[in-house]
Design a protein around this ligand. Structure first.
Ligand SMILES: [Zn+2]
Length: 720
């Protein structure tokens, strides 16, 4: 989802050091001075004992930042030591046939689903667990009971903040999911009531017989729930009243099989709403019966256009799919007009189908304007339909940017991760600020009632659209476990989002991605390691799960590995884990294996701890080369620049050197220089000139948390 708070932006410096510009401008023109480092054996003598940054000297154990990571699981035949699905990798498959209807008087969904559960696990299952996320809205949910108390004053709280504390609900205690019946379907279609047990947001269903490995079970579940206007999960599933009527964004709405995997067994943790989801893949066939005047968008491909669209709309859709700019299917002037709907007044059933998706969501409203266009990765290639639906309240804005932002997502993520494999991608406007489901995203940016908006709202719509559509890759295709590892979902997505924004406009005001934007958070005492389960992160989820991992991966790509090595390994990760369920160690192992670097120090520093990078300049000395080596063949001078590591994190070193004549160079040293001494490193080199200035990390690309100790200038000689 899109996190409502973005505190990582506060206080970061947007100024660029003048040195960075100097280096950039001069880099091409200046012949680099000879810089020949001497071997480490010539450096200052080591003090007694290893110089480890985070050493507890009472323990005589290996505490090097570079040591092996013992946190990783032992490789097995399901997940190998190179981070690859093993020869016996398995995952469950769960198919759904759902029939649901929307009652716009009671604001209620009623549904019945046929679940086919394919047990591909090596073990037999005596019961199945389902997720009932709507139960988070119940007053006795764990989320409600563990909620923080109200502040002393509610003045100034946004509607979203009020929703988050459950205020304003019209429906009182009736929220939550009502399970009407659970039946098993046996041989010959014989139905039997199945005992079930609801534990908060989870439901265990007893099977009549143990479900053997390789076998499938069928169940039918009838349920109902009221769609909340305000509540604990209305950042995902909500109704919203706009000028032309109600809009419904329907998600996490049907009893969904919990994940059973080789890592955690059943993922039947309570749903608190911060850790969003972890789902099984399956095929969906869903029919939604809605009021006659509604337009529906959903996960999947529309199966019955002849029943639900007018001839005009079908003709416009065909035209839109051949167009490279959005075409209106329902024009603003046509909203809620009878001619936009088939004849009659009875409720209409919209039928969608989707293959190999983790979930299914939809939106329904009589208020929708609808535009669409086609997208192909190459001319004549496979068609991908791009759709946006939004009320007139969202104009002007959505009509200009939404569908184009979906296209940008297809382009950038297609290049950097893998090509979008699904046939449809839609973006829906409503009260949900930003949320993702397979092939459909919800996004909330809306102009003021008079139609005006700040320029920042345009960027917000584009960013949130890219983000939510981008979630198709993380976690809908690379199907990670966000109930535990938010960074693999929000963080990897925010990382690629940054490049999509740069593709949209090189001057895009990106919030997440640049290393300097996480400096404030790296100093935050409330920070927890990225390897902390989503629902155990008490505060600052936005920088923790979004901004820090995004900047971390940008640093890994651009500063540690270099883009060709990173991109090769990242593409390998995407290719081998698409439509599978990678775990953190699978990612770490794939990157290190594919890029050819030992990265234990990086994973440990950035993911498993809250260590920060604080490099400081120590001594800067210059000696006449003649005195040292007897000639000036390598330059007139020999310089020694000492860099100290004051934080807990080793990182590569970048030293911006300005010479006496104003020319400069950027010295880049790998993190390996800290291998034998993590606290101090002295870099020595010859040059033909004296030094005018030395700056550490001059381009602010390594998230150095204290820049006050990063600059050196020669002390002016005191003239007597
Ligand atoms: Zn997100």
């Amino acid at each position: 989802m899109e996190s409502p708070r973005r505190p990582e932006a506060a206080g970061h410096s947007v100024s660029r050091s003048s040195f960075g510009l100097t280096v950039a401008a001069l880099a091409a023109a200046v012949a680099l001075p000879s810089a020949t480092p001497l071997g480490a054996q010539f450096g200052p003598p080591q003090t007694a004992g290893p110089q480890w940054l985070n050493a507890d000297t009472t323990k005589k154990v290996n505490q090097s930042n570079f040591r092996e990571l013992r946190e990783w699981p032992t490789p097995n035949e399901w997940r190998t030591a190179s981070g690859t699905p093993g020869p016996k990798y398995w995952q469950q498959k769960v198919d759904y046939v759902i029939k649901a209807s929307l009652d716009t008087v009671k604001h209620e969904i009623t549904g019945t689903e046929r679940v086919t559960y394919h047990n591909n696990a090596p073990d037999a299952l005596p019961y199945l667990w389902f997720q009932l996320d709507q139960n988070v809205e119940r007053p006795d949910s764990r989320a409600a009971l563990s909620a923080r108390p109200l502040p002393k004053s509610l003045a100034g709280l946004s509607p979203a903040a009020l929703r988050a504390v459950g205020l304003g609900s019209e429906q009182g205690p009736e929220l939550g999911m009502r399970i009407v019946k659970v039946r098993t379907v046996g041989a010959g279609g014989v139905r039997r009531d199945a005992p079930f047990f609801v534990n908060g947001t989870s439901m265990r269903v007893e099977l009549p017989a143990v479900l053997a490995s390789g076998q499938a079970a069928q169940l039918e579940i009838d349920w109902a729930y009221a769609v909340p206007e305000t509540g604990r999960n209305t950042q995902r599933n909500a109704r919203d009243k706009v000028k032309d009527g109600w809009e419904y964004e329907i998600a996490q709405w049907y009893p969904r099989a919990a994940v059973y995997d080789d890592v955690s067994g059943w993922t039947n943790d309570q749903f608190y709403s911060q850790g969003e989801f972890y789902q099984e893949f399956g095929d969906f066939d869903v029919t939604m019966t809605v009021p006659h005047d509604h337009i529906v968008r959903a996960t999947g491909v529309l199966q019955n256009p002849l029943d639900v669209l007018t001839a005009t709309q079908r003709a416009r859709l065909a035209q839109a799919m051949a167009a490279d700019t959005p075409v209106f299917i329902v024009r603003p002037s046509e909203v809620a007009k009878p001619e936009t709907r088939p004849a009659g007044s009875a409720p209409i059933s919209w039928h969608f189908a989707a293959k190999n998706v983790r979930d299914f969501a939809w939106a329904s409203s009589k208020t929708f304007v609808w535009d669409a266009m086609g997208f192909r990765y190459k001319p004549g290639g496979r068609l991908i339909e791009l759709h946006s639906v939004y009320p007139r309240d969202a104009m002007p804005l959505w009509d200009q940017y939404s569908t184009k932002a979906i296209k940008q997502t297809m382009v950038t993520y297609g290049r950097m991760v893998l090509e979008y494999p699904y046939p449809v991608a839609s973006n829906v406007h409503g009260s949900v600020g930003g949320m993702e489901y397979p092939m459909i995203a919800f996004c909330g940016a809306r102009p003021r009632p008079d139609g005006t908006f700040d320029p920042s709202l345009k960027w917000r719509l584009i960013s949130v659209t890219i983000h939510e559509v981008g979630h198709n890759w993380f976690p809908m295709i690379l199907a990670t476990d966000e109930r535990r590892w938010g960074w693999m979902d929000e963080g990897m997505n925010s990382f690629i989002q940054y490049y999509a924004e740069k593709d949209w406009d090189p001057a895009y005001p990106s919030n997440r991605g640049p290393a300097k934007n996480i400096v404030a958070y790296m100093k935050d005492v409330a920070q927890v390691p990225m390897m902390t389960e989503s629902d155990l992160v008490y505060a600052n989820y936005s920088p923790q799960a979004y901004a820090k991992p995004a900047a971390t991966l940008v640093m890994l790509r651009e500063q540690v590995l270099g883009t060709p090595a990173f991109d090769r390994a990242f593409h390998e990760y995407a290719a081998k884990w698409a439509f599978k369920k990678p775990q953190p160690a699978d990612f770490f192992r794939t990157l290190a294996n594919g890029a050819g670097e030992q990265l234990n120090w990086f994973w440990r520093g950035m993911f498993y701890t809250t260590y920060a990078n604080d490099q400081a300049l120590g001594n800067v000395e210059t000696q006449d080369a003649k005195d040292l080596v007897g000639n000036t063949s390598k330059g007139e001078f020999y310089h020694r620049i000492t860099v100290e590591q004051k934080g807990g994190l080793v990182m590569p070193i970048q030293i911006g050197v300005t010479f006496a004549d104003g020319t400069g160079t950027l010295v880049k040293l790998p993190a390996d220089v800290w291998r034998n001494n993590e606290k101090t490193f002295t870099y020595g080199f010859f040059s033909s000139q004296k030094l005018l200035q030395v700056v550490l990390d001059p381009n602010e690309v390594l998230a150095d948390i204290n820049r006050d100790n990063n600059t050196w200038k020669p002390v002016a000689k005191v003239v007597p």
